[in-house]
Ligand binder design. Structure first.
Ligand code: FAD
Ligand code: PYC
Length: 411
């Protein structure tokens, strides 16, 4: 097999409605901070499922300019613990009907996700995951190296490499979607239902009176609200401090890259924690790859080039064919990571202020499920059952949900 450059038609440009800021009102029922996937999905489900349409989504930059437009779009629900199975599987089920529901193309493509095992301990931990998925009715298969090769002929399954392929889990319902289109789909649907999407509006202070949120100070002045929902991945600790409490989150750079456009060589998604790479081939033909987080905290939305270099060197061992591919661009996003690598969701110590954070390296796949369950939590002012395990209290009670092993990416 050889790798060949591809010349393809460009996808259409950004839809027009994205550039039209509606005028900001003085008061809203709900303000959502952050127009990433989670904020937009939350606003959409508030309007759609609960008829709450006096909602503003405030975004300091532009819509989906944060992690939502920077991720590698891997979707799956094959996590280890029951709590994770609950929310990620709900999310995957929503993905399965989402384009039809919101009436917008998102290029959702269930091409399967395979996670490789390279050592005896790796193999045991992946098999543990595989059995846990079976117990939770999450579809998953165990693949031998030969079966890996059959699905993805470009994988090197030689036993003579540093990290030989010993087996893999495979979730056939997993896959990818086009992240910016997902954001635009949710944005358009929310906007059509009456939600105001305000770009260039930075929240500078969360205003609290007598223990209850009353609104936010922004670069466009004070806006009052009955309820405020934080969906500002990477910046949740900053917002929480504005409201007077602290959260156990670290903000870390996570990088990814794409190659030039290539003819099709890969029909599935492949992840390898040990080799430190995950890869899929986008619809247009770029190879989309990422690695683990950089080792320091930052808000700079970029990372160290040595991380990318290391990642590509490792990738070549698994995919020798990539040695002919050219790098087109690299970028970074800032993800917020909790000590157990699971999200923090639900109520906060401030009345009517809600938190949606800590999705770390894995929140794209959770976009529909998170928005759906968060909207329900906000509408009823109590955590939805899927949200309950992810409360801030778990760092006091000790009921952690350690998903480091299933994160797919080193934290
Ligand atoms: P964001 O898009 O970051 O939205 C938060 C928004 O809040 C931003 O737009 C920001 O500008 C805004 N904001 C912050 N502070 C303020 C303020 N004070 N006022 C107003 N607005 C504010 N997940 C997966 O499931 N699969 C993957 O393959 C995957 N790959 C990834 C690869 C990379 C390189 C990165 C960076 C992330 C990846 N993720 C992946 C993780 C996923 O992207 C995130 O967990 C998820 O996008 C976070 O939720 P969000 O979309 O709402 O965040
Ligand atoms: O959570 O599956 C994941 C993932 C892959 C790459 C980054 N996150």
């Amino acid at each position: 097999m050889t790798i060949k450059r591809r010349h393809t038609e460009e996808l259409p440009e950004h839809p027009d409605f994205l550039w039209k800021n509606p005028s900001l009102k003085k008061s809203y029922d709900v303000i959502v901070i952050g127009a990433g996937g989670h904020g937009l999905a939350t606003a959409y489900y508030l309007a759609k499922n609960f008829g709450i349409t006096n909602v503003a989504v405030l975004e300091k930059g532009y819509l989906a300019g944060g992690n939502m437009g920077r991720n590698t779009t891997i979707i799956r629900s094959n996590y280890l613990w029951d709590e994770s199975a609950g929310i990620y599987e709900k999310s995957l089920q929503l993905w399965e009907g989402l384009e039809e529901e919101v009436g917008y193309e998102m290029f959702f493509d269930q091409r399967g996700v395979m996670t490789l095992a390279h050592s005896v301990s790796d193999l045991r931990s992946k098999q543990r995951n595989f059995y846990a998925n079976a117990v939770n009715d999450i579809d998953s298969q165990w693949l031998t190296p030969e079966e890996v090769k059959k699905i993805a002929p470009i994988v090197n399954i030689s036993p003579d490499v540093r990290y030989p392929v010993l087996g893999a889990t495979y979730q056939a319902r997993g896959g990818i979607a086009k992240h910016d289109w997902v954001a635009w789909g949710y944005a358009k649907a929310a906007s059509d239902l009456g939600v105001d999407l305000i770009q260039g509006c930075e929240v500078k202070k969360v205003k609290v009176e007598n223990g209850k949120v009353v609104g936010v100070d922004t670069n466009q002045g004070f806006i009052s609200a009955n309820k405020v929902a934080m969906a500002a991945a990477g910046h949740t600790s900053v917002l929480s401090e504005m409201a007077g409490f602290r959260v156990p989150l670290q903000s870390r750079p996570l990088q990814a890259l794409v190659s030039e456009l290539l003819e099709h060589v890969l029909d599935t998604v492949i992840m390898s924690g040990a080799v430190h790479v995950y890869v899929s081939q986008a619809h247009k033909g770029e190879l989309v790859m990422g690695a683990g987080t950089d080792a320091y905290n930052s808000y700079a939305q970029r990372g160290g080039f040595h991380v990318i270099e290391h990642q590509l060197a490792s990738a070549l061992e698994l995919f020798p064919i990539f040695s002919r591919a050219h790098l087109l661009r690299t970028w970074g996003g800032i993800v917020d990571i909790a000590p157990d690598a699971s999200p923090i969701l639900g109520l906060t110590p401030v009345e009517h202020l809600y938190i949606n954070s800590g999705w770390g390296t894995g929140g794209f796949k959770a976009t529909p499920g998170s928005g759906w369950a968060f909207a329900d939590t906000i509408a009823h002012n109590r955590p939805h059952d899927l949200v309950k395990p992810y409360s801030l209290d778990r760092f006091v009670s000790g009921h952690l949900i350690d998903e480091h092993g299933a994160a797919g990416v080193a934290h």
